[in-house]
Design a protein around this ligand. Structure first.
Ligand code: 4G0
Length: 244
């Protein structure tokens, strides 16, 4: 996958894009990432990228000529998605990340200030995505969140361990509890089943842990999760015991 990010702060991406998973993805030829400086596409002598809004009021707006020139210069192919990170976009979910992970090419646009000139949306933006209902000072952190969520789903980026992990998330449930050594920590032990060596029992315990945690914390997720008859029976038991 080739990913170009258009930003006023390209240096913000260097640490995140060179950590372990990103480095592996790039090293294995699965990710070709580039952060490009929007200011390089300003043509006046002050390299101005923003201006005050028509109609008055505070704040600054990214200039449409500079931003559209930047997008067109990296775009090439007509059907390459150009995604603006914005609080007004469709919400980023596992399903959206999975959809994007199947594409060969992404262009991400990071706005700042009060936003971008509306004509940029009309002319050059094909999709608008939000990482959640809050405002950031710029789209850069949102772009990095999106890239991380997408790149880890590209086949071959994570090892065999990762594939299993993905499967357990693709089923729409939260993860249950996990333990590692030592066997006793500050007086707290580890569930016996995990050291029993009975693989099927461990799997059932994990499944029930995931169901219980989802039921406790995010019951809304259960409506769209893929549930077996055994899962439903376990959840019915939790509901029945809710009083105690
Ligand atoms: C474009 C994304 C970019 C428009 C970006 C703000 C939060 C998110 C920005 C705006 C961002 C998110 C209209 C305020 C930059 N903040 N939730 N800030 N407006 O994904």
């Amino acid at each position: 996958m080739k990913v170009d990010v258009l930003t006023l702060f390209p240096d913000m991406f260097s640490a995140v894009m060179s950590e372990s998973m990103m480095w592996k993805a790039r090293d294995r030829g699965l990710l070709d990432f580039r952060a490009r400086d929007i200011r390089d596409f300003a043509q006046d002598k002050h390299r101005q990228v923003d201006d005050s809004p028509y109609g008055g009021g505070g704040g600054m707006i990214l200039k449409p000529d500079v931003l559209v020139r930047a997008i067109e210069s990296v775009k090439g192919d007509a059907d390459t998605p150009v995604i603006l990170l914005s609080p007004q976009g469709r919400k980023l979910t596992h399903a959206v990340a999975a959809e994007l992970s199947r594409l060969p090419r992404l262009i991400l646009v990071c706005g700042r200030y009060e936003g971008v000139d509306e004509r940029v949306r009309d002319l050059a933006i094909s999709d608008e995505i939000s990482i959640g209902d809050y405002v950031l000072t710029g789209g850069e952190l949102a772009a990095m969140v999106l890239i991380d969520a997408v790149v880890r789903l590209i086949p071959g980026v994570l090892g065999a361990e990762g594939a299993q992990h993905r499967d357990s998330h693709a089923d729409g449930l939260l993860e249950g509890p996990h333990y590692t050594r030592p066997p006793e920590f500050r007086g707290m032990g580890v569930p016996d089943v995990l050291t029993s060596g009975h693989h099927a029992d461990v799997e059932r315990w994990r499944r029930q842990g995931a169901l219980k945690r989802t039921w406790q914390r995010r019951p809304d997720l259960l409506a769209s999760a893929e549930l077996s008859d055994e899962d439903r029976a376990y959840l019915a038991g939790l509901e029945a015991g809710k009083a105690d």
